[in-house]
Design a protein around this ligand. Structure first.
Ligand code: Y12
Ligand code: CO
Length: 175
């Protein structure tokens, strides 16, 4: 299967993802292909729903201090549940499903997460900084929530106007 990124305002992004029950070849293939599309799109996080699969699965690949991504630091989370939160922080977020738009979003500073790996083994992680923000952004996707849903009413209206204009321009360039 060749995966493509589902972009806002596609309604699939509002869907709630389902618990993964089978940790089989099909799941592994999906995760491998999600990694390919995430890296080739310059992403650092991707949820399965962003490629049209309603599975509670996500990937994170935070760049190192030299701003480089390595498969060695790839984190795959299946059925993640945030079990602890503390503090608040604000970060300018972007999303592969909302191209060319970045906005400040408030998130928890530190979190703890329980999840399963691709083979169904139970894992837990404590995260802060960019990893914590990225996990919260991706876990929101599994609930059908986008970072633009967290904007104020006036900022959201401005976004809708800008985004529609941008989509029109994109269409014109394709003609
Ligand atoms: C902090 C905040 C949000 C996240 C979620 C993961 N987000 C991404 O991976 C966003 C990637 C992204 C990549 C783009 O492409 C390029 O930069 C070439 C991009 O730009 C365009 O679409 C034109 C926008 C977003 C993790 C951590
Ligand atoms: Co996103």
């Amino acid at each position: 299967m060749k995966l493509t990124i589902v972009e806002y305002p596609d309604k699939r992004l509002k869907e709630k993802s389902k618990t993964v029950e089978k940790f089989d070849k099909e799941l592994h293939q999906l995760l491998d292909e999600m990694y390919e599309v995430m890296i080739s799109s310059n992403g650092i996080g991707l949820a399965a729903i962003q490629v049209g699969h309603t599975k509670r699965a996500l990937l994170l690949n935070i760049p190192d201090e030299n701003d480089e991504q390595s498969i060695d630091t790839l984190v795959e989370m299946i059925n993640p549940v945030i079990t602890y939160t503390s503090g608040l922080t604000t970060y300018q977020e972007g999303c592969l499903s909302v191209p060319s738009f970045y906005e400040d979003v408030q998130r928890y500073e530190s979190i703890a997460v329980n999840y399963q790996d691709r083979d169904g083994n139970t894992k837990s992680i404590e995260a802060e900084g960019l990893l914590s923000i990225a996990i919260q952004h991706e876990v929101d996707h599994l609930q059908g929530i986008l970072f633009i849903d967290k904007l104020s009413y006036s900022r959201r209206k401005k976004f809708e106007k800008e985004y529609k204009r941008m989509q029109k321009e994109k269409k014109l360039h394709k003609l």
